[in-house]
Design a protein around this ligand. Structure first.
Ligand code: ADP
Ligand code: ADP
Length: 215
């Protein structure tokens, strides 16, 4: 039986940062749809090439391919007990598809931490984000700097700034979030699963709120 935690929140809210903390605590894999697309891009798969044009523009990759990719991941043995989903679902059809696939594979959404952060903060967070090439660890040049600049604390791989973290693309991504993803707040609230977390606090305090809410 899979226990699924869905991390919800705008781009830059801290979903990835907190998903890593939660995944370790619950001993579940961290499944990031953005990382899965970027892995495909690195490997130059057909899926990666298709996704790239959408990602570059800050738009969502079409639901059908996104759903198929996540389903594949949730069929892997390491997710038998569940997963911390980060970046999926991002549209109402993806949320329904997740419910349907869990009914089939055996599992359910247990909790949906919603990390809320106002837009003006997001721009600064994403502008200073440095991501690791190997495993998607993230740092911030001001709020969470790596011990050695340009190098991941956890796996030593190179840190880089994502092309889609540039201001114009960030603004587009925030608009896309408001239009297409924010409706999921009500979707999960109606199901009694939503846990609102104040994402403006420092990283450790957000982790504490989150662990209290989900434990
Ligand atoms: P998301 O996955 O929601 O896009 P990330 O976890 O990648 O967000 O965080 C975006 C950026 O903000 C990263 O540079 C990260 O280090 C930084 N960050 C995350 N949480 C906080 C926080 N609570 N306070 C300040 N900076 C944060
Ligand atoms: P963020 O850290 O800002 O939350 P992600 O790494 O989750 O960003 O996503 C980067 C890009 O990958 C998105 O802008 C979108 O193009 C694509 N993407 C990721 N997850 C999804 C999804 N569930 N549905 C459609 N597109 C997605």
């Amino acid at each position: 039986m899979k226990s699924i935690i869905v991390m919800l929140g705008p781009p830059g809210a801290g979903k990835g940062t907190q998903a890593k903390v939660l995944a370790e605590k619950l001993a579940l894999p961290h499944v990031s749809s953005g990382d899965l697309f970027r892995d495909n891009l690195k490997a130059q798969t057909e899926l990666g090439k298709l996704a790239q044009s959408y990602m570059d523009r800050g738009e969502l990759v079409p639901d059908d391919v996104t759903i198929a990719m996540v389903r594949d991941r949730l069929e892997k043995a390491d997710t038998a007990q569940g997963a911390v989903l980060d970046g999926f679902p991002r549209t109402p059809p993806q949320a329904s598809a997740l419910d349907a696939m869990l009914a089939e594979l055996g599992g359910e959404v247990k909790a949906v931490p919603y990390i809320s952060v106002p837009s003006e903060v997001l721009v600064e967070r994403l502008g200073g984000r440095w991501s690791c090439r190997a495993q998607g660890h993230v740092f911030h040049e001001k709020y969470n700097p790596p011990r050695v600049p340009g190098k991941c604390d956890f796996d030593g791989s190179e840190l880089y700034q994502r092309d889609d973290d540039r201001l114009t693309t960030v603004e587009r991504r925030i608009r896309v979030y408001v239009d297409q993803t924010a409706p999921l707040i009500d979707y999960y609230r109606e199901r009694g699963l939503l846990m609102e977390i104040d994402g403006t606090k420092p990283i450790e305090q957000v982790s504490q709120q989150l662990l209290q809410a989900v434990a």
